[in-house]
Design a protein around this ligand. Structure first.
Ligand code: CTP
Ligand SMILES: C[C@](O)(CO)[C@H](O)COP(=O)(O)O
Length: 233
């Protein structure tokens, strides 16, 4: 059997409603270049990737101006209505290249502070795992269940982690799980959810806390802080 290869799929077709900017947040400039350029440079720094698929909005007119848009390792795919649709579209675009046992790492375009060491840690930890898994972080705040603005209970935070990306699963398993979720109208906000719906139990690998998802305006200065600090590491 061939040695499994590694592919990346980058969902980059969002509109950034919560950011409320004039352009989709993945094209906002941070430290002089678009968020998406930073994200793709982080992924390109990982030699192990055979290719990187970027799922773009159908109206995306910004992509051709991105310096990495012509990189030989990078391909495009049409994004979809929801993030899961964009990821599935990216997976389908690999149909003639990826083998079922190849690994796919799905990483949000909106997470430009990803450290190469975290990607390599995820790959090394899970490369022989039967299911795969995700980067995540334990929570440090006390968590509450809420109903109509009132606390109904306190959640046992020892059993709660925040899901980050990349999320790493076998090409065949992940594509099948997302195809099934789409067919049944099951809304999934990450890849692990679709895998869980198959009755599988993805692993959690602790990642860096600076793997921020740029979502709202207040996230931008934090991303600058993290990137400037990473440059000195
Ligand atoms: N239909 C969609 C929706 C989201 N994404 C991508 O999925 C990642 C995480 O999604 P999110 O942070 O929710 O981005 P947006 O959907 O753009 O944000 P919002 O919900 O505020 O509109 C982002 O890189 C986004 O570009 C995508 O590829 N296709
Ligand atoms: C995939 C993800 O980043 C893991 O935390 C998150 O689920 C994306 O959610 P969003 O609402 O699409 O930003």
């Amino acid at each position: 059997m061939n040695t499994p290869r590694f592919w990346a799929v980058v969902p980059a077709a969002g509109v950034g409603k919560r950011m409320g900017a004039d352009v989709p947040k993945q094209y906002l400039e941070v430290l002089g270049q678009p968020v998406l350029q930073h994200t793709l440079e982080r992924l390109l720094s990982v030699e192990a990737f055979s290719g990187i698929v970027v799922a773009l909005g159908l109206e995306d007119g910004y992509w051709p101006d991105l310096p990495c848009s012509t990189h030989p390792k990078i391909r495009r795919a049409p994004g979809g209505k929801e993030r899961a649709d964009s990821v599935l579209s990216g997976l389908r675009s690999l149909e003639n290249e990826a083998d079922p046992e190849d690994w796919v790492l799905v990483h949000d375009a909106a997470r430009p502070c990803l450290a190469r060491t975290d990607v390599e840690k995820l790959m090394a930890t899970l490369k022989d795992d039967p299911v795969g898994g995700i980067l995540g972080l334990p929570v440090s705040d006390t968590l509450k269940s809420v109903d109509a603005g009132q606390i109904t209970s306190t959640v046992d935070r020892s059993r709660v982690w925040r899901a980050l990306t990349p999320q790493m699963f076998r090409y065949g398993t992940l594509r099948g799980a997302l195809e099934e979720a789409a067919l049944n109208g099951w809304a999934v906000t990450d890849e692990a959810s679709a895998i869980e719906l198959k009755g599988l139990r993805p692993k959690l690998v602790e990642g860096r806390p600076d793997n921020l998802k740029i979502t709202r305006p207040e996230d931008l200065p934090l991303a600058v802080f993290y990137m400037e600090r990473q440059c000195c590491e």
